[in-house]
Design a protein around this ligand. Structure first.
Ligand code: ZN
Length: 257
């Protein structure tokens, strides 16, 4: 495998400095899952790839497999999604986007996550909704989180009660990491969250509809805020770790209303 050269479309999802002039970028590739690549000399003034190898740039990447890292051989810019970072809310959103993606991705995975991330970024470009104080941001992020869970095979069961198997068209629901329960059916120590009928309706739409349709339909601000919290809860339960950037983003949303 060493010295093998490969070419693939890739989305840059992270970067960190290495030594005085080098940098390591993390990319989601269409063909090889997540990869870390060394970019020699990129931090020197006037480097030809300066400004291109940044998060949310979609590139055609030529990489070379090395001992500890791969190396960037060549780069062509396909698309720049960095416009997302234009505002503070955008900054919060991009951080959350990257955090969700980076936790799920791994080397050698199929290109599903790459395709998903690209679809969502394209959706963002088409919709161009305002970031500040907008429920669409929360719809968008809820939809993204649940889609990531879906490709991980961890979508919660929402049509029937997980315990008794009966329909759940009644009040008194709770949500656990695996799905919904009647409140009276909850047993054991699993962590659960109360879920109102209104929230359940939105939650179901988030899981079953495309992001674009969700945003066209819209919904009430306080409901989607609660639903996004539930999506983050399910995601956190799955990973046993908190999405830290969500707290930051939530504070932004609440302050700007
Ligand atoms: Zn039940």
């Amino acid at each position: 495998m060493r010295n093998k050269v490969y070419k693939t479309p890739a989305l840059i999802v992270g970067r960190r400095n290495f030594s005085d002039v080098d940098r390591i970028i993390t990319v989601l590739t269409k063909d090889f899952g997540r990869r870390d690549l060394m970019v020699k000399g990129i931090r020197k003034h006037g480097h030809k790839w300066g400004g291109i190898l940044e998060p949310f740039m979609m590139i055609d990447l030529v990489g070379k497999v090395g001992n500890n890292f791969d190396y960037v051989r060549d780069v062509d810019l396909i698309c720049d999604y960095a416009v997302l970072e234009d505002s503070l809310n955008g900054f919060g959103l991009t951080n959350m986007f990257l955090e969700v993606v980076s936790r799920v991705s791994y080397e050698g995975e199929t290109g599903e996550l790459f395709e998903l991330a690209r679809d969502y970024l394209n959706c963002w470009e088409r919709k161009k909704f305002e970031l500040v104080g907008n429920v669409n941001v929360m719809l968008y992020m809820s939809s993204f989180i649940m889609s990531v869970l879906a490709i991980s095979g961890r979508l919660p069961v929402i049509d029937v009660c997980l315990e008794c198997g009966k329909s759940i068209d009644q009040v008194g629901l709770v949500l656990g990491a695996q799905g919904v329960f009647h409140r009276q059916c909850v047993k054991g120590p699993d962590e659960v969250r109360e879920m109102s009928t209104g929230e359940y309706g939105i939650f179901k739409k988030v899981i079953t509809r495309s992001c674009e349709v969700l945003i066209e339909d819209g919904c009430e601000g306080d409901l989607i805020c609660a639903v996004l919290e539930k999506c983050v809860f399910v995601y956190n339960q799955f990973w046993q770790r908190e999405v830290r950037s969500f707290v930051f983003m939530k504070n932004l949303m609440l302050n700007e209303e």
